[in-house]
Design a protein around this ligand. Structure first.
Ligand code: NAP
Length: 331
């Protein structure tokens, strides 16, 4: 038997910031799972910056996503039927099931969302990829010391907001940058010393807010933020290299910061990491974060778009939105 399915595909390679016309929404069919596969009915889809990299000829990690390929976004859903030895019908799973109503999966890289909430949008945000990324960085990669000063860029985004809250929970002071009044207001509510990088230079803001320097920089954006952070870091400080959003939509190659000599002059450490290398720690993360989110100790915000066909619109909002928090699509 084949199942009717609605799916979003890449219509053309985005030039600069993605547009909804870069995508097509098609009606198609999906076959029953084969041996070693399961069928999942997606409930929520995630729009994430890494997808922009996958669409780019210059920045894709391996080959760029081919034109007309389904968009391989993360999704959370329920297993409908299974011929896989480790996944049973009715389990709630997170994986790269794509911007689609349904998907077949071989289980590689799939996470079990064993949480009292069942199928929920948080599985893609504060309790999913973005919250887990923040936790991996702040818990496993370079945990901040109590009393230290941590600078977080894109701090109103789903990764930055959780990274900042975890740093504060460790006893660090958090300086945050975000774009626009609504994002900055939420960062202040989270207890971050916040500036709007559209209003002033990052260097000036850090000189005022952290005259004695910073100990740790959580880099979500690269560009002028990274350059200013290298200047502001104290000797033996650390950069957690999480992302480089300032360059994702730029045409061609983007020059690195002009002050890389600060790395050796101040004996700085740069720690790059990928969330996907730490999937074995996901159950531990979920056990720690689920109660913190339930009790409100970790705050999060979401903006929900409705229907698979709204995924292109949701994705383009990722790069333009002045609203804080995680963008999710309800199928
Ligand atoms: N290493 C990993 O395993 C991993 C996993 C997940 C995500 N990431 C990365 O983590 C970063 C944050 O992810 P997210 O999902 O939370 O994204 P996000 O914050 O929702 O989106 C990226 C944000 O970057 C900011 N930005 C864009 N251009 C900028 C510029 N020129 N200068 C300063 N800020 C700029 C924008 O925020 P403003 O409106 O505030 O400017 C934009 O909202 C991304 O770079 C992503 O690729 C890495």
């Amino acid at each position: 038997m084949a199942w009717a399915c609605t799916q979003v595909r890449l219509a053309r390679r985005p030039r600069g910031t993605p547009e909804p016309d870069d995508f097509t929404v098609i009606a198609t069919e999906i076959d029953e799972p084969g041996e070693g596969e399961f069928l999942v009915e997606n409930a929520f889809l995630s729009v994430d910056p890494f997808l922009r990299l996958a669409m780019s000829e210059e920045r894709a990690i391996s080959a760029p996503l081919p034109i007309d390929a389904p968009i391989p976004g993360l999704a959370v859903g329920r297993v409908l039927s299974s011929r896989h030895p480790e996944f049973a019908a009715d389990e709630v799973v997170i994986g790269r099931f794509g911007w689609s109503t349904m998907a077949r999966s071989d289980g590689v890289g799939v996470l079990r969302f064993s949480c009292s909430r069942g199928v929920c949008s948080e599985a893609l945000g504060v309790l999913g990829l973005t919250g887990f990324t923040a936790w991996v960085g702040m818990r496993l990669v370079a945990p901040p010391d109590p009393g230290s000063t941590v600078f977080v860029s894109a701090a109103a985004g789903p990764v930055g907001s959780v990274a900042g809250q975890l740093a504060r929970a460790s006893g660090a002071r958090v300086i945050a940058s975000a774009g626009g009044p609504d994002k900055c207001a939420w960062c202040r509510e989270l207890g971050f010393d916040t500036f709007d990088y559209h209003e002033r230079s990052v260097g000036d803001a850090l000189a005022e807010l952290a005259g004695d320097g910073i100990d740790l920089y959580w880099d979500n954006v690269g560009g002028d933020h990274l350059a200013a952070a290298l200047d502001a870091l104290r000797p033996h400080g650390t950069v957690i290299a999480c992302g480089g959003a300032s360059a994702y939509n730029a045409p061609g190659s983007v020059p690195g910061p002009p002050n890389l000599h600060k790395l050796f002059m101040k004996a700085l450490t740069v720690r790059g990491f990928r969330w996907a290398d730490h999937l074995d720690r996901y159950p531990e993360f979920l056990a720690e974060m689920d109660p913190l989110v339930r009790d409100g100790a970790i705050s999060h915000r979401e903006r929900i778009f409705d229907g698979v066909s709204s995924a292109p619109d949701a994705f383009t909002n990722l790069f333009r939105s002045a609203v804080p928090g995680k963008i999710v699509v309800r199928v």
